[in-house]
Design a protein around this ligand. Structure first.
Ligand code: SF4
Length: 441
C-alpha cells in the first residue's frame, strides 16, 4: 500500500512540474513515506530523515516532507523531533501535496496536515503506469474497523471507507488502455469492500466487473481478513478465470486463546474450514499468510498450536514476525510479555519450518507448465527474463526482451526456496514444444 501511495505522490508532483531522480543529492524536494506497523520501521524512518537532513546543509532551499503512518501518528511532534522537516502529512492528505509544497516553497513555513476525511480523497489519485509496466496497484478502500489488539492501522489510516465501484472501473479501464494487464486491488481488508457504500455491492461483485474489462488478464488482491472471506469470494476462484490462484490470508496464530486476545474474530477451526473450501474450488491455489510469535501471554502450548496449524495447512510462504508493542493498542496493556530471546527462538523454528514447506511446495511444481507474466529482465543474469506465475511465484528463464509484458507458458525445470527455474514453451499451433536455449541452472 505504501508503494502505491508513493506512486500517487510522484504522479501529483509530476503534474506540478517535478521529476523523480535516482540521485537524492540532486533533489529540490525529498519526501519520505513512512510505515509505523512495527517499531523497526519507525526507527528506520528516523535514521533516514537524519541522513536526508544533512543534504540541507549543502542545499538550504531543499524542501523535506514526511508522510505515511508515522507522520499520521506524530503530527506536529515530528517538527519538534526533527527540526529540518518542512511539512508533515498524514494518510488522508496525499491529495493536498501540491498545495503543501507550493506553500512551503513560497512562505517557508512549517506545515502539518493530519486530519481525517470521511470519504478519503487520497484513495482515488490516478498514477500513470511507468513506461513498459504491465502490472499496477489500484486502491479500492482505505482504513480498517477491526481493531486487532496489536495493530495501529485503524488509528493511523482511519475507519474503513470503500471507494465507489465506478471510479475503480474507470481507473482500471484507463490502466488497461495504457497497457496494464495485471491489477492488484489494495485495501486493509478487501473482503469487507462495499460495507460503507450506499449502493449495495460486494468484493465478489467488484471482481466480476473488473474481470469484464478488456485488456486486463490478471486480477490479484491484498489483504484479506479470514473472518470476512465470504463463500461468494471463495467461489470467484473457480468462476472468475482472470482471478489469480493466490490468496494472502493472515492467520496470525493457531491458538484460539491467542486469536481471542488478538481480537481476530475467528477460530482456528473457522480458518481451517476456509482453507479447505479454497482448495476444493481451486486445487492449485497458493496460500500465503502472516504470523506473529510471542504475542503477550503466548504459552509454549499456544505456540505449538501455531506450528500444528502450519503443518496442517502447509502455506506456500509466510511473513512471520516477533510481536512488536505499539503505543495505544489494546495489547500494550496485556500481561505476560514474552522475552526477546524466547520470541527469537520461536521465530527461528517457525521460519525454518516454513522454509521446508516452501521448498516442498516449489518442488511440486517441477515439470509443470505455468502461465507466466513476464515482468522484465532477471536481476541475477542478463540472459534471463523474470516473471510470476498465477500463484505469485517468481520464475527465471532464458528469453529475449521482446517477450517482456507477455503472458507466456513456461515449463518449470527446477525449484529453489525463493524462485523457480523454467524453460520457455513456444506454442506451435496447438502443440507445445520446449524452447531449450542454452544451459539451465
Ligand atoms: S484487520 Fe489488519 S489492518 Fe485491520 S486492525 Fe486487524 S491487522 Fe490491523
Amino acid at each position: 500500500m505504501n508503494v502505491h501511495d508513493s506512486e500517487q505522490m510522484a504522479a501529483l508532483l509530476a503534474d506540478c512540474g517535478y521529476k523523480t531522480t535516482a540521485n537524492v543529492k540532486l533533489a529540490d524536494l525529498v519526501l519520505l513515506n513512512t510505515c509505523a506497523i512495527r517499531e523497526k520501521a519507525a526507527q528506520k524512518a528516523y535514521s533516514e530523515l537524519g541522513r536526508i537532513g544533512l543534504l540541507k546543509k549543502q542545499n538550504p532551499n531543499l524542501v523535506i516532507g514526511v508522510g505515511g503512518c508515522l507522520a499520521q501518528h506524530l503530527g506536529s511532534k515530528f517538527h519538534k523531533m526533527i527540526q529540518h522537516l518542512d511539512f508533515v502529512f498524514g494518510t488522508h492528505n496525499i491529495h493536498r501535496l501540491p498545495e503543501m509544497v507550493a506553500t512551503v516553497e513560497k512562505n517557508r513555513e512549517k506545515i502539518t496536515k493530519i486530519d481525517f476525511h470521511k470519504s478519503c480523497m487520497s484513495i482515488g489519485i490516478y498514477a500513470p503506469p511507468a513506461n513498459g509496466a504491465r502490472s499496477a496497484f489500484v486502491s479500492i478502500m482505505q482504513g480498517c474497523n477491526n481493531f486487532c489488539a496489536y495493530c495501529v492501522v485503524p488509528y493511523l489510516r482511519g475507519r474503513e471507507t470503500s471507494r465507489p465501484p465506478e471510479g475503480i472501473i474507470e481507473e482500471i479501464t484507463k490502466l488497461a488502455s495504457a497497457g496494464i494487464k495485471e491489477v492488484t486491488l489494495l485495501g486493509q481488508n478487501v473482503n469487507s469492500y462495499g460495507n460503507t457504500l450506499e449502493k449495495q455491492t460486494t468484493f465478489a461483485q467488484l471482481i466480476k466487473e473488473i474481470g469484464a474489462i478488456e485488456g486486463i488478464e490478471r486480477i490479484r488482491f491484498t489483504t484479506s481478513h479470514p473472518r470476512d472471506l465470504s463463500e461468494a469470494l471463495i467461489n470467484c476462484f473457480a468462476d472468475e478465470k482472470k482471478l489469480c490462484e493466490h490468496i494472502h490470508l493472515p492467520v496470525q496464530s493457531g491458538s484460539n486463546r491467542i486469536l481471542r486476545l488478538m481480537n481476530r474474530g475467528y477460530t482456528r477451526e473457522d480458518y481451517l474450514k476456509k482453507v479447505d473450501r479454497l482448495r476444493q474450488v481451486c486445487p492449485g491455489i497458493s496460500i500465503t499468510s502472516d504470523i506473529i510469535v510471542g504475542f503477550p501471554g503466548e504459552t509454549e502450548k499456544d505456540y505449538q498450536e501455531t506450528i500444528d496449524m502450519m503443518e496442517k495447512i502447509r502455506f506456500d510462504s509466510t511473513f512471520s514476525f516477533k510481536y512488536s508493542e505499539r503505543k495505544g493498542t489494546a495489547a500494550e496493556s496485556l500481561e505476560g510479555k514474552i522475552s526477546e530471546p524466547e520470541k527469537q527462538q520461536r521465530l527461528k523454528y517457525l521460519q525454518d519450518l516454513q522454509n521446508r514447506h516452501t521448498m516442498q511446495k516449489n518442488m511440486e511444481l517441477e515439470g509443470s507448465i505455468q502461465k507466466v507474466l513476464i515482468e522484465g529482465r532477471s536481476k541475477n543474469s542478463e540472459y534471463d527474463l523474470m516473471g510470476r506465475t498465477s500463484s505469485w511465484k517468481i520464475v527465471n528463464f532464458k528469453g529475449n526482451s521482446e517477450l517482456i509484458g507477455k503472458l507466456t507458458d513456461v515449463k518449470i525445470t527446477k525449484s529453489f526456496l525463493h524462485s523457480l527455474r523454467g524453460k520457455l514453451i513456444e506454442e506451435v499451433g496447438n502443440v507445445h514444444r520446449d524452447e531449450s536455449i542454452g544451459v539451465d541452472n
